[in-house]
Design a protein around this ligand. Structure first.
Ligand code: LLP
Length: 415
């Protein structure tokens, strides 16, 4: 699934570097990303949008490393953030505040102030209460806040229930039926400037139809608002395009976008998108070393030095990540449970994988560029992994491995 990963002389290379050399240099576990794969993913969005006034706002939550953000900033991307922390990262990485959209149901007053002072492009407002709060905060700063309402188009994205966000029963967005009255309220508030509309129905979407249906509903709303004297400058259609982890067949970016572009054909609004996974998911892998092979009565275990704290997706969503030996042995393959050292049975990275490996060998968990490092934790006082971006035959350490001392630097024993 990673376009720049190849086997050469029986070992795996990412762009111009052998994974074994990266492990020797940076240790394990380490997240390794391919700059060329990041750039290619961004280019496929840009090309599919050529000729349309559009902005691709990378969803920072998928991978917020400054190195990754700087690659996208240089390519001219905007950013979709969900916290003041993510805004600080975007600015530290050279991103432009004027291309930042701020999503999320729980924006604090401090986050609103921070974003207004930075001069972000738009707040995607998710409730009536947030609208009132934003108006008040903007008034205190004697400014006007640019707003879009995130509407909930109530379509079923047919994805994992934890990552489906556009159905009536969940906490995101405002009900379609309430949108018109909320827009009227927003237009009447003195410190708001109504600039757009936003929606996002879910993640890892493999079927373009639900998003196409959502886009048609949003187009209808844009027209109703225009008839009401509320002219919007942009339409934000969120993120969600899925990737291939195993045997999924996600639409290409162009196929995913075609019905969305069609739904807004002839509309003057700028189109925005908030892709996360499709930009970074298949640009990264998690490199880990086998500490022990442990034969069992019913299962064999490969105990590796990465764990659920490094890559939570398998434990959390039962997600499937491909596991490959970095230099497979000539011996017969055996089936293994790939597990970490954490003291929980839920600490697995993969079930029942066929591998020809020995103790000390390296494994790569593929498609780990999105929601890998950003969802990691320090459970079991495990320092988080290093992160490296490969660019041709150079490797850039973009996050040093944490030290144990850093983990409890803010703590204190009682006297
Ligand atoms: N915009 C909004 C408002 C979102 O909530 C999300 C993701 C995105 C954009 C980016 O969606 P993407 O293009 O990456 O699908 N941790 C889960 C995924 C959670 C997605 C949450 N929202 C996972 O590991 O699969």
């Amino acid at each position: 699934p990673i376009p720049t990963l190849q086997a050469r002389d029986g070992a795996l290379w990412l762009e111009g570097l052998a994974l074994a050399d990266l492990a020797a240099r940076f240790g394990t576990p380490t997240y390794v990303y391919s700059k060329a794969a990041l750039e290619a993913a961004f280019a496929s969005w840009r090309e599919a949008l050529a000729g349309r006034r559009a902005l691709v706002c990378y969803a920072v939550k998928a991978n917020s490393n400054l190195g990754i953000l700087s690659v996208f900033a240089r390519l001219g991307a905007g950013f979709d953030i969900v916290s003041g922390g993510e805004l600080a990262r975007v600015l530290a990485a050279g991103g432009e505040a004027g291309k930042v959209v701020f999503s999320g149901v729980g924006k604090t007053r401090a986050e609103m102030r921070q974003a207004l002072q930075a001069g972000i492009r738009c707040f995607n407002v998710e409730s009536a209460a947030e609208l009132e709060r934003l108006d008040a905060v903007a008034g205190e700063l004697s400014t006007r806040a640019p707003v879009a309402l995130r509407v909930n188009p109530d379509v079923d994205p047919k994805t994992h229930p934890y990552i489906s966000t556009g159905l009536k029963g969940n906490k995101f967005g405002v009900a379609f039926a309430d949108a018109l009255s909320l827009y009227r309220r927003a237009a009447a508030l003195p410190n708001l400037r109504v600039t757009g509309v936003a929606c996002h129905i879910g993640s890892q979407l493999l079927d373009p139809a639900p998003m196409a249906e959502a886009a048609r509903k949003v187009r209808g709303l844009v027209e109703r608002l225009a008839a009401d004297g509320i002219a919007l400058g942009h339409v934000d259609l969120g993120g969600g395009l899925g990737i291939r982890y195993r045997d999924e067949a996600p639409p290409t970016v162009a196929d995913y976008l075609a019905p969305l572009l069609e739904a807004f054909e002839g509309c003057p609004q700028e189109l925005c998108f908030e892709p996360g996974r499709s930009l970074v998911g298949n640009a990264g892998l998690l490199l880990t070393r086998i500490e022990y092979l442990k034969p069992g009565e019913t299962k064999n275990f490969a105990i590796v030095d990465a764990a659920m704290n490094d890559l939570a997706r398998p434990a959390l969503y039962d997600a499937w990540h491909e596991v490959v030996a970095v230099a497979p042995r000539a011996t017969a393959a055996q089936r293994y449970e790939i597990v970490g050292p954490i003291c929980e049975s839920g600490d697995f990275l993969a079930h029942d994988r066929s591998l020809a490996v020995a103790e000390g060998d390296l494994l790569a968990l593929l498609s780990a560029g999105a929601y890998g490092m950003t969802m990691s934790s320090n459970y079991n006082t495990r320092p988080r992994a290093a992160e490296v971006i490969v660019d041709g035959s150079s490797a850039h350490l973009v996050r040093a491995r944490e030290t144990v001392a850093e983990l409890y630097a803010g703590e204190k024993a009682l006297d």
